[in-house]
Design a protein around this ligand. Structure first.
Ligand code: 5RP
Length: 294
């Protein structure tokens, strides 16, 4: 890899790992069993080791979500554009065609609704059922600094133990309560704890200052979480900055399905993540034509 002074440390490290022929495996995955690596390879594209994951799991704690009122119409057209779909087993069995071929990252923690303390989650899916559903990974929420921090970490470590037995990777989602600041210091703490305790992938939020220190402090891939709906170009810009900062992809929900043009938006995100397109160029190519037509 030609050294590039414009790259951040996180991006340089990710590119360095990807460029090594003898370590051409996903970051941190070289010592995993074959089945585990195979499942991860369904989520992350070969060589770039990046993913565009689509998050549609909001209903497990907040019920019906704007943009998903007609789940069949909202979700199914997006599936061919997603490298993986993060969702619940209820949605998988009720709504996602088994023939779609989309790798499933199965939400495996839950319990409290938005009316309660969200950190009070428990494991909500047996690993046996994740295997039955052919899940490519299971996802668990971890609330570092939250009221039920230890319980949520324990949920994760139990899933890691069960996942290692079954060959199913665990994606830890670092949930940030309203009382916590999503800065690099906090996010480094959260992602590192998840990885050290066995998570194979960590999903966390982008922070404008020092995001590359978050990805480089984490020995496994970091996937950027989405968040509330932004104007399309702003969302593309955040995704691009996360990739520049060493993220191994994005897992965005509302910024896709709450867009007036979710298919075009997902295509634009794919350009940013997989082709390192500039956000403005991805916007012009994929969104401008549909916006002009409205
Ligand atoms: C919750 C999650 C959800 O998958 C995520 O919040 C949904 O995506 P988005 O915020 O992009 O709508 O992990 O912590």
């Amino acid at each position: 890899m030609a050294d590039n002074d414009e790259l951040t440390d996180g991006a340089r490290f990710a590119a360095h790992v990807a460029a090594q022929p003898h370590v051409n495996y996903l970051k941190g995955a070289g010592a995993l069993d074959w089945g585990m690596q195979s499942r991860l390879a369904r989520i992350f594209r070969p060589r770039t080791h990046r993913t565009v994951m689509l998050a549609i799991d909001h209903g497990y704690f907040q019920g019906p979500t704007t943009g998903l009122e007609r789940v069949d119409l909202s979700i199914v057209p997006l599936l061919p554009l997603a490298d993986a779909l993060m969702t619940t087993r209820g949605m998988v069995r009720s709504t996602i065609p088994a023939t779609s071929g989309v790798p499933i990252v199965l939400r495996a923690s839950g319990g409290p609704s938005v009316l309660k303390d969200l950190s009070n989650e428990q494991i909500a899916v047996a690993m046996e059922d994740a295997v039955r559903l052919d899940a490519a990974a299971v996802a668990v929420q971890v609330f570092i600094g939250g009221e039920h921090e230890t319980q949520s970490v324990h949920n994760m470590t139990r899933l890691v133990d069960e996942g290692l037995r079954a060959g199913v990777p665990v994606l830890a989602v670092t949930a940030v309560g309203r009382e916590l600041t999503r800065d690099a210091r906090y996010l480094r703490l959260a992602v590192r704890i998840c990885a050290e305790l066995g998570a194979h992938v960590v999903k966390t939020y982008y922070c404008p200052e020092g995001f590359d220190t978050v990805t480089s402090a984490c020995p496994v891939p970091v996937v950027m979480a989405g968040g509330k709906k932004l104007p399309e170009l702003d969302a593309l810009t955040v995704a691009a900055r996360a990739i520049e900062g060493g993220a191994a992809g994005v897992d965005m929900g509302r910024n896709n399905f709450q867009s007036d043009h979710p298919v075009a938006m997902l295509r634009a995100i794919r350009a940013v993540v997989h082709e390192s397109a500039k956000p403005e160029d991805a916007f012009e190519e994929h969104l401008r034509p549909v916006l002009s037509g409205t």
